[in-house]
Write a protein that binds this ligand. Structure first.
Ligand code: ADP
Ligand code: MG
Length: 262
């Protein structure tokens, strides 16, 4: 079985990366895909958002990366409450990994090496990233084949996209020639506001971004924020919500772009 590896990235915070990882993962699992979410943000929002509490001392992604890896990926993976949706949890200690790895040779490839031992049972591995271009994000880009970019329909969106595209081009050249951008998904879309309309129009007409745009836009939807508070994917929390409809549609598009039949 071929495993599709998808990094969800944007160096800007609050654009819907974590919500997209959780809900795309949940929607893919509903479509009978076996999904592993790898939480590479020291803030551990994806871990918390899936209702996973890591017991004191249990291995997390941090233990796979340190100068002396103390656990294997297989040991650190946990099941969530939903079948077909597993998690490699994060830990706040991950914020120190950057410094600890500075002197380590091949530090960009630590994650890639650690995840090489993951059993080939997953259809999709989705990776959440921190809101900065850190060594952690570089480790994700060194490993992933695809990058999915949530783009908030907000005036600053374009500066963030440009930066991210430059970063990915640099990674492609120096570290991972196989990486490419799977697509851009507009988030917090609200057709009633001018700013949302304007950013959407710009995305649809800009030669750099037009062909990458998903048909799905994730609408601004309070149910999504609510579901995050109760630590459940919106897809399971409110089946009839806009959030569920949007992420189901995005999951189908992602499968299509990855060449998996729906
Ligand atoms: N489509 C949406 N509609 C409403 N709220 C959203 C939506 N997507 C995300 N949120 C909320 O916005 C905040 C930031 O989202 P998050 O996914 O954590 O962003 P990031 O991971 O990029 O920092 C969270 O509180 C989340 O619940
Ligand atoms: Mg996040």
């Amino acid at each position: 079985m071929q495993t599709r590896t998808v990094a969800v990235a944007n160096e800007k915070g609050g654009v819907g990366k974590t919500v997209t990882v959780i809900n795309l993962g949940a929607a893919l699992s509903v479509l009978k895909q076996k999904v592993l979410i790898v939480d590479m943000d020291p803030q551990a929002n994806a871990t918390k958002g899936l209702g996973v509490e890591v017991p004191e001392g249990a291995p997390t992604v941090y233990d796979l990366l340190g100068p002396e890896a103390t656990a294997g990926a297989g040991e650190a993976i946990v099941r969530t409450r939903w079948s077909g949706l597993d998690l490699l949890p994060s830990h706040v200690d991950l914020s120190g990994a950057e410094v600890e790895l500075t002197e380590v040779e091949g530090r960009e490839n630590r994650l890639k090496e650690a995840l090489a031992e993951i059993p080939g049972e997953y259809d999709f591995i989705l990776l959440d990233t921190p809101p900065s271009l850190s060594l952690l994000t570089v480790n994700v880009f060194a490993y992933a084949r695809h990058v999915l970019v949530p783009c908030q329909t907000h005036p600053y969106a374009f500066a963030a996209l440009e930066e991210l595209f430059d970063t990915i081009a640099a990674v492609k050249e120096a570290i991972n020639p196989g990486i490419s951008i799977l697509g851009i998904v507009p988030t917090f879309y609200d057709s009633r506001t001018r700013v949302s309309q304007r950013i959407m129009e710009q995305l649809q007409t800009d030669d750099r971004y037009r062909s990458l745009l998903f048909k799905t836009a994730v609408r601004a939807n309070t149910t999504i924020a609510e579901s995050a508070e109760v630590a459940r994917p919106v897809v399971f929390y409110r089946k009839g919500s806009f959030g569920t409809a949007d992420y189901n549609q995005l999951a189908a598009e992602v499968m299509e772009r990855c060449g998996v039949s729906v």
